[in-house]
Design a binder for this molecule. Structure first.
Ligand code: KG4
Ligand code: ZN
Length: 335
């Protein structure tokens, strides 16, 4: 089954084709992404109306480009998948509208995909993928969740953030130290040059039982440290390193606790923060100590993309799921 996937929940237009006959990593036959970062940078964050308008401009040209690269005619597609939520409602409607209409014109089925399920399944788009049951750490700009995946489609929430998501904490911390939007990846890059241990921040909620997170206090600790410092470039990097170590440590401690609580030894990690190098290393070490396994998507498939939507949609279409002609999106939606 050749499935076209369209992602438009926030500030990236992502399009891809996944072919289940090839499967694994090779199943991803083509993908294209257009980032609106430059458009929103001057406002310091995503402007929803501008995001929708840019998706309108970019989606069909990207579909055309992706099919061209894949060497696939529109008529060879077997289904279309799109992100149905959660996300910005206007942005979601663009992807949903284009996807549903294409499917109707081509007389093939369409299916709406949960954005976080797309992230969650992305690490399985590889040869020799981990098999459920496993624990998934979902760390993006909007979510920080630990999920027990009993089977594909059967998800049990083990813990989640009570305030900021991990990616949001990266972005806000970067902003308060004067880094331009989107700050998360830049803060991580800066942390690479920082001296470990010069600034030590707490590991929130690790000193009590449970699998929930809280990252907003960490941001305040950074604010105070930054305010009282010489605010030099070196200090900014050292604080970035202290902040990153605190987030990475906290996530790793809770992941290990989650594996222990469900009695399993396989962890998958997905979402934008999953691209963080130090987090990947730290979880790798934790997993090898337990003689377990940790699986990540390649860094480019951690952040928003069309491939994860094509892949998750292909699994749902193969299971017989279909979306009728009415176009529904769900801006707030639990997985
Ligand atoms: O999954 P994603 O692309 O979009 C959402 O669904 O939210 O995640 C974006 C988030 C942003 O908050 C960004 O700062 C964070 O992922 N992020 C990173 C890194 N790359 C992206 N955070 C830490 N280190 C990185 N290398
Ligand atoms: Zn995302």
């Amino acid at each position: 089954m050749k499935v076209l996937g369209i992602e438009s929940s926030c500030d990236e237009t992502g399009v891809a084709v996944y072919d289940t006959a090839l499967g694994g990593a090779r199943g991803l036959v083509a993908q294209a992404i257009y980032s609106q970062i430059a458009l929103h940078a001057q406002y310091g964050g995503v402007v929803p109306e501008l995001a929708s308008r840019d998706h309108v401009r970019k989606t069909l040209p990207l579909v055309h480009q992706t099919l061209d690269e894949a060497g696939i005619a529109p008529g060879d597609l077997d289904g279309v998948a799109y992100t149905a939520g959660p996300g910005l409602v206007g942005a979601l409607l663009v992807g949903a509208g284009v996807a549903r209409s294409l499917a109707w014109a081509l007389d093939i089925p369409a299916v709406g995909v949960h954005h976080m399920e797309g992230h969650l399944l992305a690490p399985l788009m590889q040869d020799d993928p981990p098999e459920p049951p496993f624990v998934a750490l979902l760390v993006s700009g909007g979510h920080t969740q630990l999920v027990h995946v009993e089977a594909i489609g059967h998800y049990r929430l083990l813990g989640e953030t009570l305030d900021d998501a991990a990616g949001e904490a990266f972005d806000k911390t970067a902003k308060l130290m004067g880094l331009p939007y989107p700050g998360g990846p830049q803060l991580a890059a800066l942390a690479e040059q920082g001296v470990p241990g010069r600034f030590r921040f707490s590991r929130p909620m690790t000193d009590r039982p449970g699998l929930d997170f809280s990252f907003s206090g960490l941001k305040t600790q950074v604010l105070l440290a930054w305010r009282d410092s010489d605010q030099s470039d070196a200090t900014r990097a050292d604080i970035a390193r202290g902040f990153e170590d605190a987030v990475v440590d906290t996530l790793a401690i809770k992941c290990e606790r989650a594996l222990e609580s469900v009695g399993c030894n396989t962890l998958i990690v997905a979402g934008g923060v999953g691209a963080n190098r130090r987090l990947r290393e730290r979880l790798q070490v934790m997993a090898s100590k337990r003689r377990g396994r940790v699986a990540f998507p390649p860094p480019a498939l951690c952040t928003d993309n069309g491939a994860m939507i094509a892949f998750a949609g292909a699994l749902r279409l193969e299971a017989g799921q279909r979306q009728g002609l009415e176009i529904n999106v769900v801006p707030r939606w639990d997985m």
